[in-house]
Design a protein around this ligand. Structure first.
Ligand code: AMP
Ligand code: MN
Ligand code: MN
Ligand code: MN
Length: 285
């Protein structure tokens, strides 16, 4: 089985390593096929692709798009996308535009409970100011001693019902899928275990996603328990969706799994890379 990692982040969004450092780390860990999937941004792809070529890694252009669906936030990964596709570029530009006001709103919420200076504090942790997000606030809160690590921050702050949360409207599911598919890529529901969807809501989401032209479910991801891997593998098979895998690596010490260090891919699922047989390099077949 090839070492394939189809989900990770660089300093272009909320990762800790630059695209070059990320690909170098993947190479050291034996990754053979890698996709960079920064949140709502594709600015790191060219640099990452170049480094991957030098390291003999098959590189897949990726992105992770923030979506609002029935009042929840979902993440849709796009793989094998065309970064020159205008509707995709314009769509991502539009979603990113809301992030600076949202950051100001988050800071105002934190201010209410006496946490001062979080806006400047969060910006001190960004790579690209336009991608300011909750992870940057989380790193600021850790630095200030409000939590021991980034993961713990999200138990006490920045999520619904906790200080520092502000609702936000991202892309529509139909738009995100159409930007991805229109560019020639595959749309994948990222880490479905993190949305806490009931049985019926999950079923509705999968049906709608299939109708829109979605390709796969991210069955193997850092935050899934072995039971969730089996559960979503079954859903993928039931709905005739393919399955994807990725570490969702954000940086050393911040993620459950390092690049390319993923639990086993479940039997019975069709891997997303089979779909690339005709379009991708022969080594993927
Ligand atoms: P944003 O796009 O600004 O809403 O930030 C979302 C990011 O916050 C995710 O991609 C994760 O990197 C991080 N995040 C959200 N929830 C958690 C969590 N429970 N543990 C660790 N990181 C989280
Ligand atoms: Mn993230
Ligand atoms: Mn995500
Ligand atoms: Mn991610």
């Amino acid at each position: 089985m090839l070492n394939i990692d189809l989900h990770c982040h660089s300093t272009i969004s909320d990762g800790l390593l630059t695209p070059v450092q990320l690909v170098e780390r993947a190479a050291l860990r034996g990754v053979e096929t890698l996709a960079l999937t920064d949140h709502d941004d594709i600015a790191g792809l060219a640099e990452a692709r170049q480094t991957a070529a030098a390291k003999n890694i098959t590189f897949i252009n990726g992105v992770e798009i923030s979506v609002s669906w029935r009042g929840r936030t979902l993440h849709i990964v796009g793989l094998d996308i065309d970064p020159e596709y205008t509707p995709l570029i314009e769509g991502l530009t539009a979603i990113r535009a809301g992030r600076s006001q949202r950051a100001a709103n988050i800071a105002a919420e934190l201010e209410k409970i006496g946490i001062h200076g979080s806006l400047e504090g969060a910006y001190a942790h960004v790579g690209e100011r336009r991608l300011i997000g909750r992870t940057h606030f989380a790193r600021f809160l850790v630095e200030q001693g409000y939590a021991k690590d980034v993961k713990s921050v999200f138990k006490k702050y920045l999520v619904k019902g906790k200080p520092g949360y502000t609702p936000h409207e991202w892309a529509a599911l139909s738009d995100a899928v159409s930007w991805i598919c229109g560019s020639g890529g595959c749309a994948i529901i990222a880490h479905p275990g993190r949305y806490d969807l009931g049985k019926n809501v999950l079923n509705d989401l999968l049906d709608e996603f299939c109708t829109l032209g979605g390709s796969a479910i991210e069955v193997v991801t850092s935050s899934h328990t072995p039971e969730q891997v089996r559960h979503f593998a079954q859903h993928a098979q039931n709905k005739n969706l393919m399955a994807s895998c990725g570490s969702d690596f954000h940086g050393p010490g911040e993620s459950f799994h390092d690049l390319g260090q993923l639990p086993e891919f479940p039997q019975g699922c069709t891997p997303i890379w089979h779909h690339w047989k005709n379009t991708m390099a022969a080594e993927l077949v």
